[in-house]
Design a protein around this ligand. Structure first.
Ligand SMILES: [Zn+2]
Length: 149
């Protein structure tokens, strides 16, 4: 689904769950939908502070609501600041490489990982929810700069 379709479907889901539509939350949704990658609450706040007045509480509340309704994926990068990205049920969730040297986060366009995970789940007789994985290692520039590479 497109970014705007995601915003529309989230509004619909939340309304059906009894949450009244609010324009500050709508701005949070739009910012999240149009972000280049996973964003933290702080990054959303920085972005929304300049354009419109959306309070920090609104941002945290909106993210918590989206998380509770499984409308976003929440990434833990181990730095105490969760990153969020839209959960699109029509698409395989992206996976990420967190560079342990420069701390940059890169989307990994893997094609084999999800099918391997689902094959393993079947073999083990378990169910594994699709969701983004954060893998740790070195990005290409850091790998090139590291001794012995
Ligand atoms: Zn790096």
């Amino acid at each position: 689904v497109s970014r705007e379709e995601w915003v529309a479907s989230v509004n619909e889901t939340l309304q059906r769950a009894g949450h009244l539509r609010s324009s500050p939350r709508e701005r949070v949704l739009r910012a999240l939908a149009h972000a280049d990658g996973p964003v933290s609450a702080q990054e959303l706040e920085d972005q929304l502070r300049s354009a419109n007045s959306v309070s920090r509480a609104t941002i945290y509340h909106a993210l918590e609501l989206l998380d509770r309704h499984e409308l976003v994926f929440r990434l833990d990068l181990g730095d105490g600041h969760a990153r969020y990205l839209p959960a699109d049920p029509t698409q395989t969730p992206p996976h990420f490489l967190l560079c342990q040297r420069c701390r940059s986060l890169f989307a990994l366009p893997t094609v084999e990982l999800d099918s391997a995970i689902q094959r393993d789940a079947l073999r083990l007789g378990v169910a594994i929810n699709p969701g983004p994985l954060v893998l740790h290692g070195l990005c290409a520039p850091c790998l090139a700069a590291s001794p012995g590479a």
